[in-house]
Design a protein around this ligand. Structure first.
Ligand code: FAD
Length: 319
């Protein structure tokens, strides 16, 4: 029995969401009195052994570059194989884009129960009961997983990353990637300073900005905050901004430390993609905008006046 945590990576670096998953998986292992190990498919530039500081004693690495680009089917098969060869009984992945694509496949391959979007450690006093977010974070459900192998995908930003020190033993695992049914012919790099789903700070614009020609003030604020850019759906639908910036129920779901919404009304479908942000700041000229109810801080004012002033003040603070 052990807990196996998938280490998700992109462009040679381990994603922040995986550090949360490692910390969470190590805590689950501690509860169960078993060991925790990471599973790294592919190669990264980061120090793999140093990931031991998040509480895992071993990192199983399949150092095959074929795994460096994500193929959900190939990944799920490899994780299932790793579970079988390591004897893991709990598999933890992040509930990010990668995890959402592969967790159900791992679960099907292993005939394992899946908790998608866990927000807390399991209650093991009577089974294996995990709290998860439902209805886009509007409610919670407690799910008792009774299968022998359990798969848990952890909602980003719901478990604090904790580095306790130490290093892990890196052990090579031999898994041959399954034949891919999808062939990647080119990768279009998303423009912008920071990848949206990994960003600590996101600056997002809505229809209140009136048109694409006004995005300079949003970009300037994002630049000083080293933030990723996002937008509401009508903005992407109107081709003011590219679709890869669209957040919400039908777009990307983000969980940054800080989300700044400019000229966005705060429709429920928008909130579904951003309400896991730690702190939300809303700038809107309408004091009745629904977003203010969800916001931690609100500025009632015209974005065209407020945003440049905010950018200038932050620049001053940064010297
Ligand atoms: P608006 O609702 O037009 O709001 C603009 C806001 O800007 C207003 O609050 C206004 O007061 C403010 N404003 C205007 N001028 C200024 C100014 N000068 N300064 C400051 N504030 C100003 N939406 C998403 O975003 N993401 C989704 O994934 C998504 N999925 C959907 C799925 C379905 C099935 C459906 C039906 C809808 C979905 N929507 C989604 C659309 C959603 O319902 C809203 O229509 C949309 O979020 C509104 O975008 P907005 O806030 O940019 O625009």
């Amino acid at each position: 029995m052990s807990v196996l945590i998938l280490i998700d990576h992109a462009d040679g670096h381990v994603k922040k969401a995986s550090l949360e998953a490692l910390t969470y998986g190590a805590a689950v292992a501690k509860q169960l009195g078993v060991s925790a190990a990471g599973l790294l498919l592919g190669t990264v530039q980061d120090d793999v052994a140093a990931l031991g500081q998040y509480g895992v004693s071993t990192i199983h690495q399949v150092a095959n570059e074929a795994f460096n680009s994500l193929d959900a089917q190939v990944y799920a098969k490899a994780v299932a194989e790793a579970v079988q060869s390591t004897g893991a009984t709990v598999v933890v992945v992040s509930h990010n884009q990668t995890g959402k694509a592969i967790a159900p496949r791992i679960s099907a391959a292993l005939k394992a129960g899946l908790v998608a979007g866990a927000v807390a450690l399991p209650d093991i006093s009577n089974g294996f009961v995990v709290k998860k977010a439902v209805f886009s974070g509007k409610a919670f459900a407690n799910v008792n997983v009774t299968s022998a192998i359990k798969v848990v995908s952890l909602n980003p930003n719901s478990f604090k990353v904790e580095a306790i020190g130490g290093t892990a033993t890196v052990s090579a695992l031999a898994i041959t990637p399954a034949a891919a049914r999808v062939k990647v012919t080119a990768v279009n790099k998303v423009s912008g300073e920071v990848p949206l789903t990994e960003a600590e700070v996101v600056v997002s614009g809505g229809r209140g900005l009136k048109g694409p020609e006004n995005w300079g003030i949003v970009e300037d604020l994002a630049h000083v905050l080293h933030a990723a850019l996002a937008c509401s759906r009508p903005v992407a639908d109107s081709h003011w901004r590219p679709h890869h910036e669209h957040v919400g129920q039908t777009g990307f779901q983000v969980a940054p430390n800080l989300y700044i919404a400019i000229g966005i009304s705060g429709a429920i479908q928008h909130l579904a993609g951003v309400n896991r942000s730690k702190v939300m700041v809303v700038i809107n000229k309408d004091p009745e905008a629904p977003f203010f109810k969800a916001a931690d801080y609100g500025i009632v004012g015209d974005a065209f006046e407020v945003v440049p002033q905010l950018t200038a003040e932050i620049k001053k603070l940064k010297g």
